[in-house]
Write a protein that binds this ligand. Structure first.
Ligand code: 2ND
Ligand code: ZN
Length: 357
């Protein structure tokens, strides 16, 4: 039986890779931009939403990233950051996401005088507000925050220390993002070594716009717990009736290193030519630790439910596969093991059992 979209929305979902500054509501951008006189490509929310998707459909990660100038520009005050975070929590909850790790780069939100700590505090307050409101409405969601350092900049050590400073207040991990080619993860080795000494968790955007060397560095030099995208690991797999894994692909699979795959985003930046041809099909068949993610809901005009629905349509997946992606994500989350298990056993498994029956 084909799975209906409304049922996918109802099914509990876990999301590990979602950017706060890539998920604003267009109407919120229009309002916030008016308050700070930031010129937008359109002041009509519907048109603006379409502009983001079209502009991000560039086939290049560098041009895709240019669209963030408009979201980052309106996220420069504590009030704006709190509002955007609260709306993010609510929007994810309404979409049936029960656990999300949402990331952003604090260093990009200092233009109007906030300190790094104030930026983080505002976002954490917004998540608390949004999750509280969602819980009151009967939609429980847990949000963990990841702090990102921009890989072209030189603040990763500072952002790593900021992450550790806020670890008991909702920050559960660290990441690096931005243009990948020319900015290898080893540029930030000091930060990763510091985080390892602190027993902290981190993921690295790698294997999206650049291939195997980036993935290899992220894992073998930097010690990443997960791969942000990591989709280019297929370059180390020889396809055929019996696919053959190279050393790196075998290592990633053997060690159960989670892949934060983002199907729509990859099609937009040219990392995959279509959803149907996205390597997620092969990687799932080979039982890599695959997870499904949104990356940037605004730039892709998407949601967790939509990403799942696209996969159902392209690969004929049923509830068994959707549950597998969801449990994979929950197993790979950066919150403590007992809390992950509680969500899997008490929320995810009972809901899918019902949907499957
Ligand atoms: O998919 C991505 N790859 C690399 N960098 C990205 C991606 N999506 C968003 N970013 C960047 C742009 C944002 O401003 C920054 C922090 O969220 O992370
Ligand atoms: Zn990303």
């Amino acid at each position: 039986m084909a799975i209906g979209y409304e049922d996918i929305v109802k099914a509990p979902k876990a999301l590990l890779h979602d950017h706060l500054d890539g998920g604003l509501r267009p109407a919120t951008i229009v309002e916030l931009a008016a308050a700070v006189d930031h010129p937008l490509p359109s002041n009509d929310p519907d048109e603006l939403g379409r502009w983001f998707v079209a502009a991000a459909n560039s086939g290049s990660l560098e041009r895709y990233l240019e669209t963030f100038a408009h979201t980052v520009a309106v996220m420069q005050t504590a009030d704006a950051l709190r509002r955007v975070a609260a709306e993010c929590a609510w929007d994810l909850a309404v979409d049936g996401v029960v656990y999300a790790e949402v990331r952003f780069a604090p260093e990009q939100h200092l233009d109007r005088g906030l300190t790094l700590d104030e930026v983080v505090e505002a976002v954490l307050a917004g998540f608390a507000e949004g999750t509280g409101r969602a819980a009151d409405a009967g939609r429980s969601i847990r949000i963990g925050t990841l702090l990102t350092a921009m890989r072209h900049a030189a603040r990763s050590q500072e952002i790593a220390e900021l992450s550790v400073r806020h670890r008991d207040r909702g920050v559960v991990g660290f990441d690096i993002a931005g243009a990948e080619a020319g900015f290898p993860p080893t540029r930030h080795l000091d930060a990763f070594e510091y985080l390892q000494r602190e027993n902290f968790h981190f993921t690295i955007h790698a294997g999206e716009a650049f291939g195997l060397p980036s993935i290899w560095q992220a894992i073998q030099w930097c010690g990443a717990d997960r791969l942000g995208h990591g989709v280019r690991i297929v370059d180390d797999i020889t396809a055929g009736d019996k696919p053959v894994l190279g050393r790196l692909a075998a290592y990633v699979r053997d060690k159960r290193i989670p892949l934060e795959l983002c199907p729509s985003s990859n099609v937009q930046t040219g990392a995959a030519s279509s959803i149907a041809e996205h390597p997620i099909g092969l990687l799932r068949d080979l039982r890599f630790r695959v997870t499904v993610n949104t990356d940037n809901r605004l730039m892709s005009g998407t949601s967790m439910s939509r990403e799942m629905a696209l996969l159902v349509e392209a690969f004929g997946y049923g509830w068994a596969e959707l549950q597998w992606f969801t449990v994979n994500a929950m197993k790979s989350a950066f919150i403590p093991f007992d809390e992950r298990l509680a969500i899997i056993d008490e929320v995810i498994k009972p809901a899918y059992a019902k949907l499957r029956s």
